[in-house]
Design a protein around this ligand. Structure first.
Ligand SMILES: [Zn+2]
Ligand SMILES: [Zn+2]
Length: 234
């Protein structure tokens, strides 16, 4: 994507590294600082899963730092970016596999998560900036609750990457699969009832967007080739 600069990519990975690992931007791999050896692909994914779990926990308790004024908007945004970056690396199955298209889409999503988001139903703006604006009038618990929603929404990055992978593999139809473990809102039920659709139609929004479950939605999108689909509705 044209507007994703090398500096952006570097920052995306700098944000994530533990002290003993460095990101080699020309090799597009992680290296151990002491030995200079590359970190294996499997270990890379493991590391990202560890980061994601630890950083998610940390992120959902930042309400206190927000109340105390000890975290800036920039720092808060960086913490959220870490969650999305881990989701990105895990969904792609490595760092070198990440495409410019992935980075462009995630950068766009992050701008919505920071300040540019707009609820498609109500037209109301959302983003971390608004959470910070509300902070003086909200309890720490309420702020943590809202932070939890942002953390859960980092899964949208996974859905974006899955869609890119599906396109690359020629899987051009998709359907909504309801999550098993929650009560579905009427929007989720409607998306599911539409059955198979062309991905290019953009009929089915990513789970955790455009429905009343919001980030609590546990639905998935399933991709396939049109010839494998039993009863196409298009
Ligand atoms: Zn829903
Ligand atoms: Zn759902």
């Amino acid at each position: 994507m044209a507007n994703t600069s090398v500096a952006d990519v570097q920052l995306l990975f700098d944000a994530l590294l533990s002290d003993d690992i460095t990101y080699d931007i020309s090799a597009r791999r992680y290296r151990y600082k002491d030995s200079g050896k590359f970190v294996s692909k499997n270990r890379t994914i493991e590391i990202q899963k560890e980061y994601l779990a630890a950083n998610t926990k940390k992120f959902t308790y930042l309400g206190k730092s927000i109340k105390d004024g000890t975290i800036t908007e920039k720092e808060l945004a960086l913490e959220l970016k870490k969650l999305h970056t881990s989701q990105l690396v895990i969904a792609r199955g490595g760092v070198a596999e990440i495409t410019h298209s992935d980075l462009g889409s995630v950068a766009n999503l992050l701008r919505n998560q920071y300040y540019r988001g707009k609820d498609p139903k109500t037209g109301k703006r959302y983003g971390l900036r608004y959470l910070l604006r509300d902070a003086p009038n909200q309890s720490e618990a309420k702020l943590n609750q809202r932070l939890t929603m942002f953390a859960k929404a980092s899964e949208i990055t996974k859905f974006i990457v899955n869609e890119h992978i599906a396109k690359e593999q020629g899987l051009t139809v998709y359907r909504r699969r309801l999550g098993r473990t929650h009560k579905h809102c009427s929007s989720c039920l409607l998306y599911e009832s539409l059955g198979w659709q062309l991905v290019s139609s953009q009929t089915l929004p990513y789970p955790k967007t455009s429905c009343e479950c919001l980030s609590n939605c546990v639905c998935e999108l399933v991709y396939d080739r049109p010839e494998n689909v039993p009863v196409p509705v298009f």
